[in-house]
Design a protein around this ligand. Sequence first.
Ligand SMILES: *Cc1c(COP(=O)(O)O)cnc(C)c1O
Length: 376
Amino acid sequence: MQFRDLKAQYKALKLQMDKAISEVLSSSAYILGEQVSILEKRLAGYVGVKNCISCANGTDALILSLMALNVGKGDAVFAPNFTFFATVNCAMLIGASPVLVDIDKNTFNMSPEHLEQVILQTIKEGALKPKVIITVDLFGQCADYDAINEIAQKYNLLIVEDAAQGFGGSINGKKACAYGDIATTSFFPAKPLGCYGDGGAMFTNDDDLDAKLRSLRSQGRSNLDKYDNRDMGLNSRLDTLQAAILSVKLDAFIENELEDINKVADKYTSLLSHYVKTPFVPKGYVSSWAQYTILLKSQSERDALKELLKQNGIPSMVYYPRGMHQQTAIKKYGFDKGEFPNTEYVVDRCLSLPMHPYLSDDDIYKVANCIIDFFK
Ligand SMILES: *Cc1c(COP(=O)(O)O)cnc(C)c1O
């Protein structure tokens, strides 16, 4: 059994996929070919945002977004403590200071209450200028944007939505990647919408930010004169080949994958909810299930279940085994153990199960029965 079965997906899409790839090979427009701009328009339309700017990966998308918003030294970047390292790494790379926020134990996303607390604390200390909130739509589920938008307005902060795992999710029909001043996503193969290598994108309704992001992804060059560079930027583009691959995958994502993965989630939940804490999806929210993550009662119970699954040939992952405040690269910012009780609770107890739209009923039952046996 695969944790995320990309081979099964390729088998299902092989005909269209091989055709799309060979068209790029024979076109020789390998960089910024027409497939890239066509994909950008389709992605913008799907998400419901005016502009989509593709780039080389989800980490660059975050770095470029912070650059476009002029975030830098002396600025506080508020980010959830329970996430993939890139969320916080990008802030540190451009010289800003991360300020970590604890999570909500139910949704695993940023706690709005704790966010407001750390903003007030940052203002009181006076060393950093509160500038931007990076929200993360963790495991496929949007953050609490009603509450977070209100806080952003109250304290005059920008929002960068890190939807690397959130693409396809929504709240009352409004899709992930439509929430921040800029939103970012990743097309790393195992993400909800993945390519066959690295890829990423940014979304914004603001035309000035769109122009700035397009310039910054190409060395900061002027959009009028390509040999006049106005800013320092990156070389961060989506390959034409990956754009062609994504266009086939986006068809499948819209056609059936998002629906199918939600069916898998519903089956897991109905089989498992008496035994473990299954994922909580608030009313009106749709998840795209980058992960299906359960909580056990203790670290030793989690580790024992993981071992039993492994013995039965079932892969499972601990996303994530530590909070950002427990990362060596972040120690110098002086966050203390105990400041983030919910993150510390979840990192010890979380376990992500095999999850993808091609997971068969047999496999779902195999996973569920193994977990049920564990408790018997
Ligand atoms: C994967 C991921 C990223 C980075 O994306 P890459 O394409 O791997 O650079 C950023 N944030 C989160 C939350 C992620 O899961």
